[in-house]
Design a protein. Sequence first.
Length: 362
Amino acid sequence: MAVLVIFTGCTSSSGEETGDEGANNLFSEGLLFAMSDGEYGAIDQDGEYQITPRFDNVRSFSHGVAAVQEDDSWGYIDSDGEYVIDLQFVSAESFYEGLAMVRDGGEVGFINQEGEYEIEPGFLQARRFSEGLAGVQIREDAGPVWGYIDPQGNFEIEAAFKLVEPFSEGLAAVQENDGILEPGDNHWGYIDTDGEYVIEPQFESNRSFSEGLVAVEEEGRWGFLNTDGEYAVDPQFEEVTDFSEGLAAVKEGNLWGYIDDSGDFEMEPQFEGAMAFSNGLAGVLEGDKWGYMDRDGELVIEHRFDTILHNLIEGGFGRGTMGFFDDGYTIVYLEGIPAVIDREGEFLIEPDASFEGFLYQR
């Protein structure tokens, strides 16, 4: 089974990608990237290729274009598969807030949709733009450090951190750079858009805020902090998802349930696996099959899938709310074969072994 799911974005509690309306739709520009015979093309909602497979790697459509790789170089195509920005980059990412991160030679910069540099290459690494800021890494005498720039390339937050994450709900996880740290001392805290610590570095986890709360791990147990750095839910769970639609899935013992933002169970632990709610539905596991239930805990799509898109997210089991079913569809796998279903569990695209996988990048 090809697990072609890339998580590079961060969603709001409504499931919309911050600053990019509709960016969480499974079919962007009416297309979904699929792999056949080791190459990517793009299919429509009938499962027919509208862009013939020929790419070595791709990113999902955003702002009407998609980054694609051919012959070790990256460029951007439109929904007709025509190049609008020629192959020229070492690497390229999707557009966020009107800018796309590209690598030219050994340095990273940001281009606009015409392929012109808005921010010239000059960074070792970078994060996508979120809430008007992007994390970038530069080299100083003491070594590489991270800070945040605005869309003009000006530093809004001084480069002084060891690692950074994108902003979400006005806060970003950062790892303090205080010289050579001992193993286990690499703790994360949270800063505001002025670069001031709201929550001092003390956690091993670096989740993003969702619905005013962030999941943090302390001594092997997970709880949730509010934006004042106070526990809204004390650390007590083995694993958790981020809050979405007022609930978070939490693992207690060997089973999962759902809590509200006070830590009270709305659905007692009873599931062998559980995912965050998105557009009124959540994936739940029974035995070795996944199905979907609604906010009332009623099973609306029976347990029959080996794998669902929710638990293929690169970057962590519980991270992100993602926006599944934003356009009414999501990806499932049966016996290693991908398919697309609607909110009723009906197939939009039947399982087809000619597809090695579908790509969903957020």
